[in-house]
Design a protein around this ligand. Sequence first.
Ligand code: PTJ
Length: 256
Amino acid sequence: MTEIPRDHPRYESLITREKIVEGVRMGYTSLQGLVAQGRGEAFDYLIGEKTTESAAVAERAAVAHILLAGNPIISVNGNTAALVPESMVALADITGATLEVNLFHRSDARVHQITELLKSHGASRVLGGKGDKRLDLSHDRAIVDEEGIFSADVVLVPLEDGDRCQKLVEMGKTVIAIDLNPLSRTSLSATVTIVDNVTRALQNMTLFARDMKQQSRQSLLEVVGTYDNSKVISDALYAIQERLKQQSEERGIRWI
Ligand code: PTJ
């Protein structure tokens, strides 16, 4: 990895970029993952590179859904394997969710590598290698494990593609998306849309889960029942608008 000085003003962003590049070098992140990360960086800049209040609301609702679920699954791809392996293992551990490797650019070698990576971070159980069921989709993200995503009631899908998100919702599942683009098909079709960088979202969710695990079922149901996803998406768009306005004013450019 390139050495990034701690005092660099864009330290966090550059470290995240290095992790994705390292994932590609090691072979578990796809080359396409680099492009996806670039798109994410652009949206993260627009959102202000911080967790907004309403993203935190979505993260709490997501944790409540996971804690209430019978068979919650955390779907892992090449980008999340590179960026947040330890947080995904920790979240699974605290909530009782199961990790499942599910790839758009699928190969047995990448599924195996990501499984081993998660295990090296302490995961006791990682699904995705069997691939004994198919969702009704024409690409490889259709390949799932019967005991995992296929039968799950709640699925967390960071950096998902829109088709599969819609399909999972159609199957009656609660789908939690993490996507920095508030207008992507994934964001618009998920049950809970977290418009935040996966690096911050997973860390927050792990902290929330430690605390919320102590709460009663009734209070978790209240969190879920009062949650409004369309408001969360509107708030994300408003945050982008306000950030652009503030940035242009600071630079002396007239805001339309
Ligand atoms: O590992 P694979 O083979 O499963 O492939 C994974 C990628 C990410 C390449 C694949 O799922 C893909 O092509 O994703 P998309 O369609 O490019 O969607 C990525 C979405 O995630 C876009 O809306 C990005 O803005 C968003 N995104 C990118 N990086 C981040 C992000 N959202 C949150 N945090 C990020 N770090």
